[in-house]
Design a protein around this ligand. Sequence first.
Ligand SMILES: CC(=O)N[C@H]1[C@@H](OP(=O)(O)OP(=O)(O)OC[C@H]2O[C@@H](n3ccc(=O)[nH]c3=O)[C@H](O)[C@@H]2O)O[C@H](CO)[C@@H](O)[C@@H]1O
Ligand SMILES: C=C(OP(=O)(O)O)C(=O)O
Length: 410
Amino acid sequence: MPLQGEVRISGAKNAVLPILCATLLADGPVSIGNVPHLHDVVTTIKLLTGLGATVTHDVEACRVAVDPRTVQSHVAPYELVRTMRASVLVLGPLLARHGAAEVSLPGGCAIGSRPVDLHIAALEALGAEIVVEHGFIKARADRLRGGRVAFDMVSVGATENVLMAATLAEGTTVVENAAREPEIVDLADCLVAMGADIEGAGTSRIVVNGVDRLHGGAHEVIADRIETGTFLVAAAMTGGRVVATHARPDTLRAVLAKLAESGAGVDVDGDRITVDMRGRRPRAVDITTEPHPGFPTDMQAQFMALNCIAEGSGAIDERIFENRFMHVNELLRLGAQIEIDGHRAVVTGVERLTGAPVMATDLRASASLILAGLVAEGETVIDRIYHLDRGYEHIEQKLSLLGASIRRIG
Ligand SMILES: CC(=O)N[C@H]1[C@@H](OP(=O)(O)OP(=O)(O)OC[C@H]2O[C@@H](n3ccc(=O)[nH]c3=O)[C@H](O)[C@@H]2O)O[C@H](CO)[C@@H](O)[C@@H]1O
Ligand SMILES: C=C(OP(=O)(O)O)C(=O)O
């Protein structure tokens, strides 16, 4: 069934999580708007509350207010960190503001081993003393000092941790080979609204002049580019026409270019993006995941689903995570033709997928199974959808409004 209509894009998961952690740096209340209602947001609020912060969450208004002045603890426990790796982003703020932090090691997850060595080395470059023992990262510093941090690989999370810590360090910090993701820019915008002095966010060289205090403030979270991309791929796969509203097209250039290459009509008008694939079958596209502004790894699984039903074959190279092909075996159960060779998957499009029970293994894998299920003949039942609730707000409702036959069971 071709999807038709408009879908309102929510605030970005990968922006709101670091921003909520950044509120710990302030000495007054911070109000965050356009907050999506996601399981990861709830987990982060639990983490902040556990540290002693006073948090109010107005779900209807998509707003979270954090008063960090009541923080008493500097320990992020294993029970929360293991369910959400982004919890490690409290490390920099706690250390910079309270001089100490103990954060459980996040460990690996379905998409790879995901170490935090770069986070630790960057904070050490600002003068922190860090030991890893009993499964915790234990960090101390009377006051961090500005320094030069040159990453030898691009890391979104490590860039965020050091950026937050540097705002309250004494002197200037220069971050080289910084991640350039739009969520880094959004975090920097929020920090600046709280009184930080930051230049270059969104480029690979960020300069932070430390200040003595950050005050409270207000910030609106940017639109979720991965949610946007997921709905636009759904439009293309079903041969439909969907308008994503309240979106940020400038953050999606690589994704929109691939949709156009697959044969979709792509139109951008302010914060609205239209993808039109009516009456056509998509053509398979080659994808190589890269740090921003390259093609995002968080859209890899969704384009794999698109290639599964496209004309021709497309190669998908995953260059960011070591093990991000967990969705392949599930897509094969729906009749897809995919061959894996190391970090590369070659997908040959088939005329038709057939519905089957499948299992979600991680967040974007779950999204790819929904997309495949939308076009598969018959019923597809996806198990373990709690992964989906980490990062998509009301996905089944939004898809239903576009005409999809989808429902949550259990
Ligand atoms: C909450 C959030 O924003 N998550 C995003 C963030 O994850 P996250 O911040 O965890 O991803 P990174 O950019 O840090 O990871 C990139 C690569 O660097 C490696 N690495 C990272 C840190 C480190 O200390 N050592 C190390 O080796 C990772 O294992 C991975 O292979 O960026 C990823 C890459 O765009 C996205 O897929 C995630 O959705
Ligand atoms: C991998 C993702 O998130 P996280 O880093 O929170 O696991 C994602 O958003 O696709």
